[in-house]
Every structure is written in structure tokens, then in C-alpha cells.
Design a protein around this ligand. Structure first.
Ligand code: AMP
Length: 215
């Protein structure tokens, strides 16, 4: 099973990808996570990508397609892939077709999470995670039960993404509308696109995704 999760930043793609990993033993392939790791490790890719990411612009198609190609090459052939934040441009969608066929994989579903942009700005600008275990929290909607202590692992270190400011979020949404939404017709022609209301509860969205995958 190979699935693309599409949707603007903050639509819940990462959260839903984690649930799919837990329920189905699939692997999340998040180009955003791969790039953040490269930035942290100060690799050549990371050094090139940092300023672009901080502005909310897109890193080059060649870089992200190579990251995906390398990850797929490392994965067992029978392990499903969840593409999260990739492809984001028409060129990447074409790259992915070619990469998948080279790895003897086929795309089963493209699931678009539809969301309200103003609500997303609220969602993204308040989010933070435990630096230790990655558990997600929110300033207004989900504070840890004991202030400053992670519910899950007890760590007292938390982190925020540097690109989660209102200005950058609005920029990333504009980029989504201009560059990423236009790739949907590419997949609509293949008859594999499903749109889901991404503003529901985490469980509700997860159930809707499970329904698509079981179909
Ligand atoms: P994300 O975590 O998916 O929101 O990605 C964070 C940032 O990484 C984006 O704003 C881009 O700068 C960069 N990025 C992630 N995935 C891609 C991609 N597929 N193509 C180009 N840039 C990307």
C-alpha cells in the first residue's frame, strides 16, 4: 500500500501518518522531517535548505526527490509508504511516478485533507512538541497535564518549529495553493483521489482515512 497525504501545513498529515504507522506497520516518508534532520546535522543538503525553509519557500525538486528515492531504496519491498509533504510540485509528482515504478511500487490512494486556513493558523502557531519523545501539544488546546512536564515521557524539554510563525504559515499556505494543489488533477486522472474533511477530531479524520484504505 502506497498512500500520499496531501493538505496545507497544519492539516494534520503528520499526526495521521503516525496513526497509519501504528495501525498498519507502514512507514512515514516526510520530506519536511528529513530536511529538518539534515539542517540539524548540518549536512550539505541541510545547509542549502535552511534559509529556504525559514522563509516558507520550497526546497529544490531534485533534493527532495533524491531523499525519497534513497528512503524507498532502504525499505523492505512489502512495507507500505505514506508520503507526507511530498510531492509538492508537478515536477515532484512526475518524479514520484518514475521513482515508484523503479521500485516496483504503485500508488493506491491520494488523500487530501481539506481545512479552513484561519483555523490552521491558530493550530500551527500554538503547536509544540516534547523534545524527547515527540508528543504533540498546543498552547490553547492541549497543554501538558502538569505544566512544563511531558505527559508521555516526563521530559521537561519542549521545542517549536522555527517556521511556525503566522507570517511563514501564511506564506506556506500560499505556496500550497499555488504549487501543490495543482498536482491533484494529475492523480484525479488516475481515479485515486479522495477528499476528507480535515477539521474534524483526530479520531474522526483517522476513521475516514481507514475507510479509504480499506476500500
Ligand atoms: P513540512 O514539514 O512538510 O511543512 O515542510 C517544512 C518545509 O520543508 C517546507 O516549508 C519546505 O521549505 C520544505 N519542504 C518539505 N517538503 C518539501 C517538498 N516536498 N518540496 C520542497 N520543499 C519541501
Amino acid at each position: 500500500m502506497n498512500v500520499i497525504l496531501l493538505g496545507p501545513p497544519g492539516a494534520g498529515k503528520g499526526t495521521q501518518a503516525h496513526l497509519l504507522m501504528e495501525h498498519h506497520g507502514m512507514r512515514q516518508l516526510s520530506t519536511g522531517d528529513m530536511l529538518r534532520k539534515a539542517v540539524k546535522n548540518r549536512t550539505e543538503v541541510g545547509l542549502q535548505a535552511k534559509a529556504i525553509m525559514d522563509r516558507g519557500d520550497l526546497v529544490s525538486d531534485e533534493i527532495v526527490s533524491a531523499l525519497i528515492d534513497n528512503e524507498l531504496a532502504e525499505m523492505p519491498a512489502d512495507m507500505g509508504a505514506i508520503f507526507d509533504g511530498y510531492p509538492r510540485t508537478e515536477a515532484q509528482a512526475r518524479d514520484l511516478d518514475e521513482i515508484l515504478s523503479r521500485h516496483d511500487r504503485k500508488l493506491d490512494h491520494v488523500i487530501e485533507l481539506e481545512v479552513d486556513e484561519d483555523a490552521l493558523v491558530d493550530r500551527i502557531t500554538g503547536r509544540f512538541t516534547c523534545a524527547e519523545c515527540g508528543e504533540g501539544y498546543h498552547d490553547r488546546h492541549k497543554q501538558p497535564e502538569r505544566e512544563g512536564v511531558c505527559d508521555k515521557c516526563g521530559s521537561t524539554e519542549f521545542k517549536r518549529r522555527p517556521d511556525d510563525t503566522e507570517e511563514t504559515v501564511r506564506k506556506r499556505m500560499a505556496v500550497y495553493r499555488a504549487e501543490t494543489a495543482p498536482i491533484l488533477p494529475h492523480y484525479e486522472r488516475k481515479g485515486i483521489v479522495t477528499r476528507i474533511d480535515g477539521m474534524g477530531t483526530m479520531d474522526g479524520v483517522s476513521r475516514a482515512i481507514e475507510g479509504v484504505i480499506a476500500s
